[in-house]
Design a protein around this ligand. Structure first.
Ligand code: TXA
Ligand code: MG
Length: 529
């Protein structure tokens, strides 16, 4: 069949579309949530064609769309007070209510159910078409079953061209995810699908609302879902999707340590430059509406880009974000990754960084020793050592092929340019060594990872650190500790202290300040870790 495309949505075009619907045809229409594939809700045969066109499992019931409140009465046997209050507050809009079904609703709309889902959309084109058709319209999302719901007419064409009678182009959908579904057929109203109307909006009208467990967790084998649609894998691009919880820093660690050819990321605005694989973004981290608006369009773009795996920054699962998280969980078939939280640990010489490292190790953190890493990468015969001798001269290596540290230091610290050269050779190797170390040694029992490194603020590994722990102590105290520990002269110890950045530098960059001096108590200082 040739699918008609109505572009202008003027009176004539909409009348034509309505005529197709009246005659039992299928028309994809814009709504404020996603595009719907509409059929006359009173025509069982037309409704069954919808299942066919979408390849939809026939036990998955449809939402009936109305344009005026009177149209609900023939559809339901009861329109309780709570439902009236919700309609008053949120219709027209992205809310679907499940109510007891009347016999006028053909069984194809809600196979084997005693209930029917009803919604009054707010999109003017949708309302106009329902009005012109003169009947309520049964409409699921206008995608092929299983793929992301369509938020533009082009998405509909991509999935259903040649399988339906017409598409009406109403531009981009505003909300971007499907309506909130609530059932009022249970004692306590129960949220079955989160969407543009949030739980707290519902509760402001109804008081307590139950949230069905299937909203954020996988149904167990054999358990019948309250809403049949919840059992299907959904909203999926062809790529395998993974939700990644935690901070941007943990996300970067995951990507650096796991990514391979064909991997892409879905991140928040502004993060693209910090993530070393191809990224699409879906709004600011705190702009949940924008995430909902863009989610499906971006999931579809990953197919165009031929992504094999997509790692997604986990959105905040509150308000509209609960809807976004719910769709992502299904797109990911519930695959959620929790990369380790990584802290940086540093402090001025003598502050007691190693003591704190030991205590954190006892608390269950895996410690990466920056000194060990720095030594490991310049071992005899290592590629880094070769590169250093090429850049700084063969005389930094002794007759046994080992690095002469003092010789390297003399050359590398002779100018800022040389220091940067040194860092650009050693830092990536130290980072890689640390990543490998973490992958090899991290177990499920670890609370997280602590990278213990004096120069962490100057390093490239800090991009993995969610927080920086800085250990401090007054200069007198640090001096006394160095004198006792290293047996230096007072002058040599002072030189070492002065060669470092001052206290201010460390404090400004600290997320967690650990005071390692009287009257403070180290265990208490580390209590929250
Ligand atoms: O925003 C929306 O709701 C869009 C637009 C087009 O209005 N429609 C939509 O329809 O998302 P659909 O079919 O993709 O999703 C309807 C969901 C399914 O999960 C279905 O199982 C559930 O609503 N549902 C429909 N009737 C039900 C009923 N009587 N009892 C329980 N769940 C029902
Ligand atoms: Mg759908």
């Amino acid at each position: 069949m040739k699918t008609k495309f109505y572009e202008k949505c003027d009176g004539n075009e909409l009348s034509e579309a309505a005529e197709i619907l009246k005659n039992g045809g299928l028309v994809a229409i814009p709504t404020e949530t996603v595009y719907g594939l509409a059929a006359n809700a009173y025509n069982g045969e037309a409704v069954s064609k919808v299942f066919e066109a979408k390849g939809r499992p026939t036990d998955n019931p449809m939402i009936v769309h109305i344009s005026k409140i009177e149209e609900i009465y023939p559809l339901v046997t009861d329109f309780p007070e709570k439902a009236r209050a919700l309609a008053e507050a949120f219709w027209p809009g992205p809310l679907t209510m499940i109510l007891p079904k009347s016999d006028l609703v053909p069984r194809e709309v809600a196979p084997r159910l005693e209930t029917v889902a009803v919604r009054m959309p707010s999109h003017p084109t949708a309302r106009k078409i329902i009005e012109l058709a003169g009947v309520p319209l049964a409409a699921p999302s206008a995608n092929s079953s299983g793929s992301p719901s369509p938020t533009t007419a082009q998405h509909v064409i991509h999935d259903l061209d040649g399988k339906i009678d017409a598409v009406v182009d109403g531009g981009e959908c505003d909300v971007g995810i499907e309506s909130t579904v609530i059932t009022l057929a249970t004692n306590v109203p129960r949220l079955l699908r989160p969407g543009g109307i949030t739980v707290s909006q519902l509760e402001s009208v109804l008081g307590h609302v139950d949230v069905d467990p299937a909203v954020i967790s996988e149904l167990e084998e054999g358990v019948a879902p309250a809403s049949p649609g919840m059992k299907y894998k959904h909203y999926s691009p062809k790529a395998e999707v993974y939700i990644v919880e935690g901070s941007l820093e943990s996300f970067r660690f995951l990507i650096d340590s796991e990514s391979r050819e064909g991997d892409m990321a879905l991140c928040f605005n502004g993060e693209e430059k910090d993530i070393p694989i191809e990224c699409l973004s879906f709004g600011d981290e705190n702009d949940l509406s924008s995430q909902a608006h863009l989610l499906f369009a971006q999931l579809r773009r990953f197919d165009e880009l031929k992504a094999k795996r997509v790692f997604v920054r986990a959105p905040v699962s509150e308000g509209v974000g609960l809807g976004v998280y719910n769709r992502l969980l299904r797109a990911a078939a519930f695959k959620v990754i929790k990369p380790p939280v990584i802290y940086g640990l540093t402090g001025q010489t003598g502050a007691g960084k190693s003591t704190v490292g030991k205590m954190l190790s006892e608390k269950g953190y895996l410690i990466v020793d920056g000194d060990v890493a720095a030594r490991a990468v310049v071992e005899k015969g290592s590629p880094v050592l070769d590169e250093l001798s090429r850049v700084f001269g063969a005389d930094i290596i002794d007759e046994n092929g080992c690095l002469i540290r003092s010789a390297l230091a003399e050359k590398a610290f002779s100018s800022e340019e040389n220091r940067q050269k040194l860092n650009s050779i050693t830092h990536p190797a130290v980072t890689k060594w640390s990543v490998d170390f973490i992958k090899k040694n991290l177990t499920e029992n670890h609370k997280g990872v602590v990278i213990d490194a004096a120069a962490i603020f100057d390093s490239d590994i800090q991009r993995y650190c969610t927080k920086m722990i800085v250990v401090t102590a007054p200069e007198e105290e640090r001096l006394a500790r160095i004198l006792e520990r290293d047996g230096l002269t007072r002058e040599a110890a002072m030189l070492r202290i002065k060669a470092q950045k001052d206290e201010q530098y460390y404090k400004e960059r600290a997320d967690i300040l650990v005071r390692n001096y009287a009257p403070y108590n180290l265990s208490q200082e580390l209590e929250l870790l």
